[in-house]
Design a protein around this ligand. Structure first.
Ligand SMILES: Nc1ncnc2c1ncn2[C@@H]1O[C@H](COP(=O)(O)OP(=O)(O)OP(=O)(O)O)[C@@H](O)[C@H]1O
Ligand SMILES: [Mg+2]
Length: 242
């Protein structure tokens, strides 16, 4: 099995805070890797460094054999690494279709006609085709998360980083989101890292899970082992209660 994305010793400091502290991880091709941990553990900051929206203080990122450390986000995206944002931020004054077109133009490398075709096809894939001429404000939270995923897919990624696309949606929508994530892996051949607080979804989707706590990697393994790991339980419940 070959590594499609690899982080070696990634660290990020914000002033005196070590938000991410010497984290290494590997995503194998065709897999879904879970990146979990309590609030403030450093998951989103890791994604920012992997996708080029933040430069690491230390450490390196490789896409296949190619080093992409510190590349700006649009270049990382053209290389094939694209993230979604925990707080979704579509362009409010553009339609759902136009939002997807902008993403495709910026990072797919296609010409305008190609980008429009990719955007149309991506919205179809994400179940948003019927609403393509509406504005994002009319979507539910689950709909806005779907749009965020469609915009990321319109970049034609090899690696997709999904930042909490399930948390906060209702159980039926969560089930649909699980199905969509599996289709992204299987039909689009995209390898995925996902952060998620909904453990049932992590258990269903991820072959491997990496756990962060206060910036440090504290455990890695199969989900069913991870949920029984005393250090992981302590990190989630607080040391006092464990
Ligand atoms: N731009 C920033 N400037 C200063 N501190 C930051 C910045 N971004 C994140 N942090 C801090 O870094 C730490 C890690 O934050 P991060 O958002 O990566 O955690 P997380 O694991 O994604 O948490 P959550 O589960 O709540 O989304 C937190 O203490 C956060 O307050
Ligand atoms: Mg986060």
């Amino acid at each position: 099995m070959s590594a499609v994305l690899r982080a070696d010793g990634l660290s990020k400091r914000f002033g005196g805070l070590k938000a991410v502290d010497n984290v290494s991880l590997t995503l194998d091709e065709g897999r879904i890797l879970g990146l979990i941990g309590p609030n403030g553990a450093g998951k989103s900051t890791c994604f920012s460094m992997l996708a080029g929206s933040t430069s690491p203080t230390a450490g390196r990122v490789f896409l296949g054999d190619r080093e992409i450390t510190g590349l700006p986000a649009f270049r990382a995206a053209r290389g094939g690494v694209v993230r979604t944002h925990q707080i979704v931020r579509p362009f409010a004054n553009l339609t759902i279709f136009e939002n997807a077109v902008v993403a495709a133009v910026q990072c797919s490398g296609l010409d305008h006609a190609g980008a429009r075709a990719l955007a149309r096809e991506t919205l179809e894939f994400a179940g948003l085709a019927a609403r393509r001429n509406e504005y994002p404000a009319g979507l539910t939270l689950a709909g806005r998360k779907r749009l965020e995923m469609a915009r990321a897919l319109a970049c034609a990624p090899k690696v997709l980083l999904l930042d909490e696309v399930i948390a906060g949606v209702n159980p039926a929508e969560a089930q649909e989101m699980v199905t969509l994530i599996l289709r992204i892996r299987d039909e689009r051949k995209v390898s995925i890292i996902m952060t998620e607080h909904v453990m049932a979804a992590v258990m269903r989707l991820c072959e491997r899970v990496v756990v962060l706590d206060a910036g440090k990697l504290i455990a890695a393994g199969e989900p069913k082992e991870i949920v029984q790991n005393p250090e992981v339980i302590a990190a989630y419940l607080g040391k006092k209660h464990a």
